[in-house]
Ligand binder design. Structure first.
Ligand code: SF4
Ligand code: SF4
Length: 91
């Protein structure tokens, strides 16, 4: 089952992950960290919803609504009551 997170549209099905490491390589924001049986989404709030992980995951373990990252990052930062930091900045 896909996990749900409030900060972004990123969804991760850990049970489907084959631990290939592709998302670690392609994510520009360092959202994932290595895990024993599956990668872990350690920094979900950094996600800018670029879609690279979903495109490159051979197991279909990742889903994200790409193209809404800037709005989501700004909204998330506002909800958390802080300014956008370097990791959440829209470029
Ligand atoms: S959508 Fe982009 S920024 Fe977000 S986790 Fe995937 S590769 Fe990283
Ligand atoms: S690309 Fe997909 S299968 Fe590979 S480690 Fe990442 S989530 Fe798991």
């Amino acid at each position: 089952m896909f996990n749900s997170y409030l900060l972004t549209t990123l969804r991760f099905d850990e049970s489907a992950c084959t631990n290939c490491g592709m998302c670690l390589a392609v994510c520009p924001q360092g959202v994932f960290v290595p895990g024993k049986k599956a990668v872990q989404m350690a920094y979900t709030a950094r996600c800018m919803e670029c879609g690279a992980c979903q495109l490159n995951c051979p197991a279909g373990a990742l889903q994200v609504e790409s193209g809404v990252g800037c709005a989501s990052a700004m909204f998330g930062a506002a909800l958390r009551g802080k300014k956008l930091d370097q990791k959440e900045e829209c470029t």
